[in-house]
Design a protein around this ligand. Structure first.
Ligand code: IDP
Ligand code: MG
Length: 139
């Protein structure tokens, strides 16, 4: 069975707090297959480029500074309906509004330090996967 892909990052707060193992286990248990994974720390330039769509938002500077504050785990995940299913698994952007049992409900403390990234469309999943993994580059 070949599914669609989504892109995720375990953000610096969740890595720092020791949740990487539990989060990866929850992702795999929920039927996602890991197609690429790396542990890295973003530079300001890379984080700014990744979140360029939010450049005009008031929280942009804080977002870049948070995302560069420590190592992350970046991964490409495959599953049927990957983008929507993964957004359901991570829960709402604001963890206080995230459904019980979702990753943000379990492991995030605030809207800025919210533990996880998940792509919001198939198109962005392809762009974001290629941003980190040459195996997903398209020419
Ligand atoms: P998403 O991560 O759920 O897709 P987006 O709206 O795409 O949410 O925002 C990207 C990231 O920017 C969020 O995950 C969060 O870390 C941060 N963010 C979004 N809205 C706010 C805000 O109102 N204050 C602070 N940070 C925010
Ligand atoms: Mg988003």
């Amino acid at each position: 069975m070949s599914g669609k892909i989504t892109f995720t990052m375990i953000k610096p707060d969740a890595v720092k707090n020791g949740y990487t193992g539990k989060i990866l286990d929850q992702i795999i248990t929920n039927g996602f297959q890991i197609r690429g994974m790396k542990y890295l720390q973003l530079t300001e330039e890379k984080a700014g480029e990744f979140y360029a769509i939010h450049r005009e938002r008031p929280f942009f500077k804080d977002l870049v500074s948070f995302m560069t504050s420590g190592p992350i785990v970046a991964a490409v995940l495959e599953k049927e309906n990957a983008v929507a299913d993964f957004r359901n698994l991570i829960g709402a952007t604001d963890p206080s509004k995230a459904e019980p049992g979702t990753i943000r409900n379990l492991y995030a403390k605030s809207i800025d330090a919210n533990a996880m990234h998940g792509s919001d469309s198939d198109e962005n999943a392809a762009i974001e996967a290629a941003f980190f993994f040459s195996a997903f580059e398209r020419y």
